[in-house]
Design a protein around this ligand. Sequence first.
Ligand SMILES: [Zn+2]
Length: 151
Amino acid sequence: MENCVFCRIVRDEAPAYFVYRGHGVSVFLDIYPVETGHMLIVPDEHFESLHDTPPRVAAKLFAVAAALVRILRNELGAPGVNVITNSGRPAGQEVFHVHVHVIPRWKGGGWRRLVSRHRLTEVEALDFINRIKPYTGIIEEYLNNVFGEGT
Ligand SMILES: [Zn+2]
């Protein structure tokens, strides 16, 4: 898709802070995080939303989400994590390239605090990337375990 911002990020035509790339899936930081470490999981191939995403691709997105929740809770000490996908405009979808939000909840606040966002700063982004990078092998382990190596 020519003008899709997530396609442009995946093709390295737009900037993003990447956490992981592989198996046809990319993870990068949301530029308007709910809390520090708010990540988006996208397939490298363009699909509008979960309803038109092939099952195998959808399964990859959620396998990566599970790995990220494990990293956030077990390794980075996040007391809670939200995993959310907004399917369709009435559900709050703003970018029409399927994506799964993984939001560590350091401060809490439940559903009520999910909308208060600030713009990601470079310091915040690089600090979080440095903290999570040592554990991204866990994402690879999950994907290899479910889908086989290099798939
Ligand atoms: Zn796209």
